[in-house]
Design a protein around this ligand. Structure first.
Ligand code: ADP
Ligand code: ZN
Length: 754
């Protein structure tokens, strides 16, 4: 086996007393009346025995079983375990009309469970996140765009038609369409007589339109052609491999990996393209449709419930050839998966931070290794993990050196803010302002980047110094002037901005400190009154549609100055944008996060990459108070390999990932004393950790010591790369009995340390 991660998995191959780990049976069919054991998604610590129904049942079949008074979803896991009065065994109530779980999927789920220390029921839940799997198949009414014209164009009617146009490939029930377009069902019904919308009876869950694998792609440049050839070969081998596809934004990575998708289709295998949720734009889908003649199946938070079930079923039956999805698409029941693309592989959102804490990029590599598939990790700014795997010879690497067409990487310069002495209420230096002015004169666009939502991160009382904090969290509240409220970015709680200081009662002395994008917009409006300005921040848009519309307007050149959070760092193509001004390049360098340098480096390069995507050369100006900081210097010099080598050397010295292993333990509960007791008890019984040479740090209050009224204490475990960490961890935590109310989460390979 190849692949760095797989070495870690080897360490836990001796799956110790996992109550769900039932050896895969010889038998793959159980005749009527035979005792079988069924894994459910219920939070139980074992599988449950049932009798096979009339007609028997296959291993892996999805079934409905009685549990107390309820019927729940389960999966036939093997021969019954017995050990109880067999006459009491109940019968499986129904075998679902969906493809049974394949052995390969089962072993994937078991390995993820073992790696992330997740109970199997939670894994099954993750693998069956499509509602209505237990409903019988049948007919239903769906609504789609017809050729007629609406009798009278109203706002609401227009929204319905726009929604259908936007999501052309998806099927909608009446309720889903009404919700998506934000109208009442009667508006939709009202459009039927004109034929602007047609109502159809269709079987539930139709297959997706076939994709044309032979349709020609764009003509590739030489470098693109070589990379595409290498990826095609990797896919054609029908064996596991992982390849890093590295190239600046705009170099044509997407174009190249679509060739790998085409190759995969030619072999009759399925492909999965993972994108960070935010990059799942209709722009991407249109591009895909242009290439393959039809839309792929989609799996993300914007997909309707009906559509979810359709995707899930069709993926399992081979009625969906390609899925474009967010991280959880990895747990879809693919029948014959031949390729996984992880686009923007460095993106932090691939790590799921609650529930099952897994990194979709790493688990994609695992999944591919189990089903002889190729993995493509695409990025302009790969993670250090991936870079290290390439260095170690575990992953292959392909480089696209330049941008497609005339576009070139922008020049980068630091603006040393120490010389400006800006007043505390101003955030744009004179030099940056001049650069913006020059762009406006030339009719070009500028982007001012600030990775902070809201108006001001802190509100302070000028009379007593009090800072307004969340009542439930150990966090300051962020003013959102647009919403006219204060908001906690930890728990989402909001409250109105008080007139008087909650602490000293003095009125009119509360003042904002520091900038958020809304405040920056205010400064821009004052200093460039004639400019057309747009703010791109996730919280300012009521819907994905509204955001998309804004992005389209900007791309068409309707805006002089764009103010954006990291929402703008990825994906969007603004051809007329030639200046990027980073308001606070130092922002990400603060804090103790081991990846702070790496993240800043990546983000700054991505943001800078927004400038000069067409013929016009761009420039990126970084406002900083520490221009001599090694990370800022590396960003300016554009010396990526140098940056990585230095960063790798530091992490090696410190024995941290990717050169060592880490796990975070977070204990939380409403009563601080109780949580502390558990933490101290754990710290005192660290024998199982010591046995494998792991070090324990903490307990210590988490950086955000209270969230939603729960106190949080963290412990950190560090071990050498080859250490069997998971076995040690579960032996360790098993020693303490958790009081009610105290929750223990284990985060393997933590990405964030809050
Ligand atoms: P990346 O994924 O690296 O950011 P893309 O694949 O999105 O790059 O390419 C950037 C832009 O250049 C896209 O608009 C794409 O259609 C265009 N492009 C890339 N390669 C070619 C090509 N060989 N022929 C025509 N257009 C191309
Ligand atoms: Zn809060």
């Amino acid at each position: 086996m190849t692949g760095a991660l797989n070495e870690n998995w080897k360490a836990l191959a001796c799956a110790h007393e996992n109550p769900y780990h039932i050896r895969m049976d010889e038998a793959d069919f159980y005749p009527e009346g035979a005792l079988v054991t069924v894994l459910t998604a219920e939070p139980l610590d074992r599988t449950l025995d049932y009798k096979a129904p009339e007609g028997g049942v296959e291993r892996g079949a999805f079934v409905e079983v009685p549990l107390g008074p309820r019927k729940v979803l389960g999966c036939v896991w093997g021969a019954g375990l017995g050990g109880f009065d067999l006459s009491k065994a109940r019968r499986i109530s129904a075998v679902l009309d969906v493809a049974p779980m394949r052995d390969e999927m089962r072993s994937f789920l078991e390995k993820v469970a073992a790696y992330t220390l997740t109970p199997m029921p939670a894994m099954l839940r993750l693998a069956t996140r499509a509602p209505g799997l237990m409903n019988p198949p049948g007919m239903r009414k769906i609504y789609r765009r017809g050729t007629g014209l609406p009798p009278r164009e109203t706002e609401a009617r227009k929204r319905v038609l726009d929604t259908l146009d936007d999501y052309g490939g998806l099927s909608f029930t009446l309720k889903e369409l009404a919700d998506a377009a934000d109208v009442t069902p009667s508006v939709i019904k009202g459009l039927l007589p004109s034929g602007a919308i047609v109502e159809e009876d269709t079987p539930r869950d139709l297959p997706y339109r076939r994709l044309d694998a032979d349709a020609p792609g764009k003509e590739l440049t030489e470098a693109q052609g070589e990379a595409a050839q290498a990826l095609r070969a990797a896919v054609a081998a029908q064996a596991y491999s992982t390849t890093l596809l590295k190239g600046v934004t705009g170099s044509g990575k997407t174009e190249v990996y679509l060739e790998a998708v085409a190759e995969c289709l030619k072999h009759g295998r399925q492909a999965l393209v993972l994108l960070p949720e935010i990059a799942l734009t209709s722009e991407f889908l249109t591009r895909f449709e242009d290439r393959f003649g039809a839309r792929p199946a989609e799996w993300h938070s914007g997909v309707t419930m009906t559509e979810r079930r359709r995707v899930w079923k069709m993926v399992g039956q081979g009625g969906a050839q390609v899925v474009i999805g967010a991280r959880s698409a990895l747990y879809l029941p693919f029948q014959n998966l031949g390729l996984i693309v992880v686009d923007e592989e460095h993106d932090g959102s691939y790590k799921q931070e609650d529930g099952v804490m897994y990194n979709a990029r790493d688990m994609a590599v695992l999944r591919a290794s189990l089903c002889s598939a190729a993995v493509v990790l695409a990025s302009a700014t790969p993670s250090l993990e991936t870079w290290a795997n390439v260095e170690a010879g575990k992953y292959k690497r392909l480089d696209l050196e330049s941008r497609y067409g005339p576009a070139v990487m922008p020049d980068m310069q630091a603006l040393d803010m120490r010389v400006d002495k800006l007043p505390a209420t101003q955030f744009i230096s004179e030099r940056l302002a001049n650069a913006v002015r020059m762009r406006m004169q030339k009719g070009e666009q500028s982007l001012l980047f600030l990775n902070r939502r809201g108006y001001a991160p802190v509100t302070i009382c000028r009379a007593c110094g009090f800072q307004i904090a969340c009542d439930h969290c150990d966090a300051r509240m962020v003013e959102h002037r647009f919403l006219k409220r204060l908001m906690c970015h930890q728990c989402g709680e909001t409250k109105p901005m008080p007139e008087a200081c909650p602490s000293c009662g003095v009125e009119g002395r509360l003042a904002p400190v520091g900038p958020g994008v809304e405040r920056l917009a205010e400064e821009v409006a004052e200093r460039f009154p004639e400019a057309k300005c747009a703010v791109l921040s996730s919280d300012l848009f009521a819907s994905a549609r509204a955001l998309k519309e804004q992005i389209r307007l900007i791309a068409e050149g309707d805006t002089d100055i764009i103010i954006g959070t990291q929402l703008v760092a990825k994906g969007h193509n603004f051809p007329n944008l030639t200046l990027v001004g980073v308001i606070d390049a130092d922002l990400g360098l603060q804090g103790s996060d081991l990846r702070a340098a790496e993240r800043t480096f990546q983000l700054m390069r991505q943001v800078a990459g927004r400038a000069g995507r067409s013929e016009k050369k761009g420039i990126a100006l970084l406002q900083t108070y520490q221009p001599e900081h090694p990370v800022i210097r590396a960003i300016l010099a554009g010396d990526e390999e140098g940056f990585w080598r230095a960063e790798a050397a530091e992490r090696k010295m410190a024995g941290v990932p990717p050169y060592g292993r880490m796990a975070g333990i977070i204990l939380s509960g409403p009563d601080l004393a109780v949580v502390s007791d558990v933490a101290n008890h754990l710290a005192r019984s660290a024998m199982p950790l010591q046995r494998v040479g792991a070090q324990l740090f903490g307990p210590a209050p988490a950086p955000i010591a209270r969230v939603r009224g729960r106190h949080r204490i963290r412990l950190l475990v560090k071990a050498e790369k080859g250490a069997p960490l998971q076995v040690a961890l579960s032996d360790w935590v098993r020693q303490v009995k958790l009081p009610n109310n105290v929750r223990l989460q284990i985060d393997i390979d933590p990405q964030s340390f809050w």
